[in-house]
Design a protein around this ligand. Structure first.
Ligand code: EPZ
Length: 417
């Protein structure tokens, strides 16, 4: 099992390039199941979750050509509209194939994701939404079995709570449903907008993606397309925080500033200089941040996927900050590992109380999930001495060549087997 060995204390200086968005690439790959024609996707990050999704598409019968960053998916015919347990258990986002499989083949058998480190992660909202489109869905032996032998029909869908992949799942089903679908309380994430752009290129008729109400006029069939996914806003935010916590000066190239604006505002409030320069963001921070509270919200609020990384920065702040997590019920695992590095954090339900310390100390720590591992890397960059982070496979799920990118701007980081 790979580990990272990081020696802290070196300010990061230079430029890093943001890769394509994992959370945009995953629904985009699933969308390829909706047409019998080939679809070309570009700027696809080479990370573990993408490989898992490609395996899943191949399992259903699609042909995949992965050319390091450009992927062609050709779902000419889908013999096996299923997502088996041993694939889904490693990646919850596998549920993204549920909508496309039902819409394209009239049936789907998808394993329930089960829980993961950050929470229960049910898909009840996905199921309810698809039932609104006429699918009949049973749950048995840990699988969701969906049938729509006469195809799907448009409907009124209102999500009880905002769900990103739930919105994406039902959007991909609605584009081939007969008649109009209105999705209210939809997720507004940039990844939802990016998916709608791809579906539109494939011939779908969609209005309002990126707002809370999305209208879809169903069409008979979709055709192939060529689409470049948006940059990864969570990777961009992670690098901005890496530049700040290490007290360096970093240019984050190829990001969309608007997609990380809630973080930029927080970082400025905490005392970092963050400037927009054409198609990039530059961060400079020469001292410890001022303690600044944050509450995670759905987009355009502060992203839950940046909460762990931000908490690492606040662990070195002057003063006490409150970090409130409203999206997931158990997303403070990183706090326990940060405490091993000397961070002073108390968890009270959905709130973490972070009393900033002048110094963190290197230690042996264990990553628990994708973004928690990023938070430990950030803390290690500024900690005194050496940190060994175990189970970095969590990072490999969502960050492309992270140690290479960080080393290129001065971080003392190496991967050890
Ligand atoms: C997406 O997950 C992202 N994953 C997550 O990123 C991200 O943390 C999350 O959205 C929130 O922004 C992908 O896009 C592949 P949700 P998703 O459905 O769609 C509850 C990362 O680090 N819920 O918006 O699974 C759920 O339990 C990952 O890249 C239900 O109760 O999240 C959660 O509390 C981690 N029933 C809340 O809603 C449902 O049917 C929001 O979840 C669906 C969700």
């Amino acid at each position: 099992m790979d580990k990272f060995r990081i020696v802290g204390g070196t300010p990061l200086n230079g430029e890093v390039q943001v890769s394509g968005s994992k959370n945009s690439a995953l629904p985009a790959l699933a969308a390829c199941l909706l047409t019998h024609e080939p679809v070309t996707l570009r700027r696809i990050p080479q990370v573990k979750d993408i490989i898992t999704m490609e395996k899943l598409l191949a399992f259903t019968g699609a042909a995949i050509q992965d050319g390091s960053g450009t992927v062609e998916v050709h779902a000419r015919s889908l013999e096996k509209p299923e997502a088996p347990y041993d694939v889904v258990k490693t990646m919850r986002a596998s549920s993204l194939v549920l909508g496309p499989l039902v819409a394209r083949t009239g049936r789907a058998r998808v394993s329930m994701p089960g829980g993961c480190a950050i929470g229960a992660r049910p898909i009840n909202l996905h199921v309810q939404a698809l039932e609104q489109l006429g699918a009949s869905i049973e749950q048995s032996y840990g699988y969701v079995e969906a049938q729509a032998p006469d195809g799907l029909r448009g409907g009124e869908i209102h999500f009880d709570r905002i769900t990103v992949t739930g919105t994406e799942d039902v959007l991909m089903a609605a584009v081939l449903a007969r008649g109009e679908t209105v999705i209210s309380n939809a997720a507004r994430e940039p990844e939802v907008q990016d998916l709608a752009n791809l579906l539109t290129k494939m011939g779908a008729q969609i209005e309002g993606a990126g707002t809370s109400t999305i209208r879809v006029a169903g069409v008979e069939r979709l055709h192939g397309a060529d689409h470049t996914v948006i940059p990864d806003r969570i990777e961009a935010g992670t690098f901005l925080l890496a530049g700040a916590i290490s007290k360096g000066e970093l240019i984050v190239n190829g990001c969309v500033p608007e997609h990380v604006w809630a973080l930029v505002i927080k970082m400025r409030q905490a005392g970092a200089e963050v400037e927009e320069i054409d198609g990039a963001l530059r961060v400079r921070c020469s001292r410890r941040p001022k303690a600044t509270d944050v509450t995670t919200e759905e987009y355009p609020g502060f992203a839950t996927d940046l909460q762990a990384q931000y908490m690492a920065w606040m662990a070195t702040a002057q003063g006490i900050s409150f970090v409130t997590e409203t999206i997931f019920e158990n997303r403070f695992m990183h706090a326990l590992e940060l405490a091993r590095m000397g961070a002073n954090i108390r968890i009270e339900g959905r709130q973490a109380i972070v009393a900033g310390e002048e110094k963190l100390m290197g230690a042996q720590v264990i990553a628990s999930d994708l973004r928690a591992s990023a938070s430990l890397v950030l803390a290690a960059l500024v900690a005194d001495g050496e940190t060994i982070i175990d189970r970095v496979y969590h990072m490999d799920r969502g960050y492309e060549r992270i140690e290479g990118k960080l080393a290129s701007v001065g971080a003392k980081i190496e991967r050890i087997q």
